[in-house]
Design a protein around this ligand. Sequence first.
Ligand SMILES: [Zn+2]
Length: 424
Amino acid sequence: MELDDHAEDLASDLGVDKEEVKDDLQNLVEYSVPIDEAKQSLRRKYGDGSSGGGGTPSAKDIADITPDDSNVTVTGVVLTAGERSIRYQGDDHVIVEGRLADETGVIDYTAWEDFGLSPGDTITAGNAGVREWDGEPELNLGESTSLSFEAESREVPYEIGGDADLADLRTGDRAVTIEVSVLECERKTIDGRDGETDILSGVFGDESGRLPFTNWDPAPAIEDGGTVRIENAYVQEFRGVPEVNVSEFSTVTPLDREIDVGSDTTTMDVADAVGTGGIYDVEVVGNLLAVRDGSGLIQRCPECYRVIQKGQCRTHGDVDGIDDLRVKAILDDGTGTVTVVLDDELTERVYGGTLDGALEQAREAMDQEVVADTIRERIVGREYRVRGHLSVDEYGANLDAEHFEESDDDPAARATALLEEVDA
Ligand SMILES: [Zn+2]
């Protein structure tokens, strides 16, 4: 069924203007709300009585709200409020997204109307819609919500404002405030929704780590490099890792402090790192269990650069391969495993020789596997500290290493340090 038919359907059921319903429907659908859910929420909005009609729903604690609730009344403190522009029917529409908290918990909300919400406000939202997003309930504050600001502010055990470290940002985070150093930045021309437009893309860093970014409305302070404070950014997934999005609604201010990028990077358990679904900058420590096939001296397709077997590229057929070095190794820390991928430079270091040296060794042995064997002997069974980009897909987790160092933690030293801590 087309959107138009759905709108027709709803309009006749509810006895309201079709164009109005269609606008709302389009809005919700473009915001990735499934059509059935969108229709249901409009039935509630226009009150067809099927879900109890006009009466104000009873007040609920945030912790008690479930995706099964259709409408609730909540009182809470606005932790964050970030504007974002979405488009429907050719028009840009500004929505506000953020988090609301009470003593019992926190919930994400989307405000479809301009209620003037600011972090720190204590509000009561009467008849707020509840929808499910990724298994969790979220609040929809719209036309049918009666919103009032409370004179007396509530205390909540959550931080007001969106201050965050890059390492803590997750896909879906909204209205975040970060202080970062611009590590890489390039201007690109893309085919945007209004035709060709310039954007900036690159990498931010702070003490906790690094993340890629896109700046949709190029901010001079970002393009100039240096350090900046960014308010009201949001996070979306791009190529398997979270990416900071800086929009026209974000505030970018130059900072005059230095940021020591990566100085506080925390080491994560492999299981926790994999559990995030992808991290741009992470460090893990584990034992190197095995060097996988396809390591050592390899050949790549000159067209697509993928690894080829016996001169055959899956896409480009018979090709003249380019010699290269790489390692794919399995690292295990007791909580999980990850495939660590070393590029040519890191491979040369663990191999203890250059590509030419590897070619020479393979010629002498008349077998290119000797290169992988040499690497195996050097690294398998040792403990390594690996830092890089982690991506997770259906085949498992890959960690593209930027740093690969033998761990200098020896277990005895760690035990002594722990004892000293306990004694102190
Ligand atoms: Zn190819």
